[in-house]
Design a protein around this ligand. Structure first.
Ligand code: PBG
Length: 327
């Protein structure tokens, strides 16, 4: 049989397969999202995210040192406050939970890179991502509060802020506020291409941030749209975003690829709580092999074009890289 091209030639051994790999990964690009909660002595497992925990400021060191040992140096903080109000004042309180966690982490883990999620849904009594005007989020009033929140995070020790609220104009409002206060060097990672998604379900349990009425469809994107995502990404770059994020990751890999082609800043992808929960649930029932699924999800995101990967599986992925199984 005459056949000059045989793709199987390059698959003949592990050494060769590794030589010709197209996707290379590095632990330096992993970000681990974690939950810090008001109180003390808390290490509580999140029921819908087995293996993930809420920590108080006095216990957060436990996970931070595990991450450091695993070679994961980047974390993103989400706060769970002990009180909520109409205007989400806990989000920008200098004594708020994230601010306290930052000051402690800055002191105890000077090597770690500290990123914060900037949003109001964990802090508002109604669970929406900004202040309300009637039954809708008041975009422009919310901008001031988001900018204040970002500033208070940077002042408490955050290296980078990541607005996830999806208000129009927030990147610019935050950039101007940080610059006006001399924080020119703190980058903004924008959740620019963020869809209204069922994949956030477990997170809302974890953070107690489900909206008390309605949904987030008037500010997060409709999952039928992709051109709109490019519009959001380009606008945020114009407004000063340093990194553009696509979220969720698994069902949105086309967007990772498209955004990668359209912008000249690093692209991050966030494998969200529901992606984590599905893997855990499927694996605990014996339907799938956890490590193989984690590996394919991670490599898939980088193969699609992501430069940075946010995932609750960051420590496991770091280990799989150390063991030479992926990357
Ligand atoms: C805050 C925020 C959410 C997530 C990240 N930032 C929840 C939401 O928008 O409802 C989701 C993260 C995850 O599901 O892992 N707005």
């Amino acid at each position: 049989m005459e056949m000059l091209k045989r793709p199987r030639r390059l698959r003949g051994s592990e050494v060769l397969r590794k030589m010709v790999r197209e996707t290379r990964m590095d632990k330096a690009s992993l970000i681990y999202p974690m939950f810090v909660k008001e109180g003390s002595g808390i290490i509580e497992e999140i029921p819908t995210m087995p293996g993930q925990f809420r920590y108080s400021v006095d216990t957060q060191g436990e996970i931070l040192s595990k991450l450091q040992d695993a070679g994961v140096k980047n974390v993103m903080f989400f706060g769970i406050p002990d009180h909520k109000d109409e205007v989400g004042s806990g989000a920008y309180d200098p004594e708020g939970i994230v601010q306290k966690a930052l000051r402690r982490a800055r002191k105890d883990f000077p090597e770690m890179y500290l990123i914060t999620d900037v949003c109001m849904c964990e802090y508002t009594s109604h669970g929406h991502c900004g202040v309300l005007c009637g039954h809708d989020v008041d975009n422009d009033r919310t901008l001031e509060l988001l900018a204040k929140t970002a500033l208070s995070h940077v002042e408490a020790g955050a290296d980078m802020v990541a607005p996830s609220d999806m208000m129009d104009g927030r990147v610019r409002a935050i950039r101007e506020m940080l610059d006006a206060n001399g924080h020119y060097t703190a980058p903004i990672m924008s959740y620019a291409v963020k869809y209204a998604s069922g994949f956030y379900g477990p997170f809302r349990d974890a953070a107690g941030s489900a909206p008390s009425f309605g949904d987030r469809k008037s500010y997060q994107m409709d999952f039928h749209n992709s051109r709109e995502g490019i519009k959001e990404a380009l606008m945020d770059v114009e407004e000063g975003a340093d990194i553009i994020m696509v979220k969720p990751a698994m069902a949105y890999q086309d967007m990772i690829t498209r955004v990668r082609e359209e912008v000249n800043v690093p692209v991050a992808a966030y494998s969200v709580s529901g992606e984590y929960a599905m893997v855990k649930a499927g694996a605990s029932l014996g339907y799938i092999e956890e490590e193989r699924i984690i590996s394919e999800m991670a490599v898939g995101v980088y193969r699609a074009g992501a430069d940075i990967y946010l995932t609750y599986f960051a420590p496991e992925i770091a280990r799989l890289m150390d063991e030479g199984r992926i990357g």
